[in-house]
Design a protein around this ligand. Structure first.
Ligand SMILES: [Zn+2]
Length: 148
């Protein structure tokens, strides 16, 4: 991947994981560039198929494109940071991430976003004032225009 594309992904995401919202500077492991649609499924290395992901989200996601909604048992696609609005699918309950939709719940489960060590780290950062779950970075809260 060329550095220009890499820089674009980092800048667009404002150095925050586009799935769990962890800021890169406070995570223990280096962030990675995720292929939203994995290469093994034909996903290309182009800006519209790339997202910034923390090591935990990216490694749990792997080549997965779908997961099971814990509420309905249905298999649904995963959250796509390039086409979905984060706030439509997820909601913070303190350091705990809740899914508002089937896609949100399935994504949290596959990416194991609420693993206890991850929630504990977020809780510590909240208490230290470094993680602000209520603040939505512009790049990930793009509101779609509602049809009139
Ligand atoms: Zn993450």
């Amino acid at each position: 991947m060329n550095s220009k594309l890499e820089n674009l992904v980092w800048r667009r995401a404002q150095r925050i994981c586009e799935y769990c919202r962890m800021p890169a500077e406070y995570d223990e492991l280096p962030f990675q560039i995720d292929h939203v649609l994995a290469r093994k499924h034909g996903g290309q290395t182009v800006a519209r198929n790339l997202a910034l992901a923390c090591f935990s989200c990216n490694s749990h996601k792997g080549p997965n494109i779908a997961g099971r909604d814990s509420k309905t048992g249905r298999i649904v696609r995963l959250f796509n940071p390039r086409r979905d609005s984060w706030a439509e699918h997820f909601h913070w309950e303190g350091a705990w991430l809740a899914g508002l939709t089937a896609i949100g719940r399935a994504t949290i489960a596959v990416l194991e976003i609420n693993l206890s060590h991850r929630a504990t780290l977020r809780q510590a950062l909240i208490e230290e004032g470094f993680f602000h779950p209520a603040i939505t970075p512009k790049s990930v809260s793009v509101k779609r225009r509602q049809p009139k």
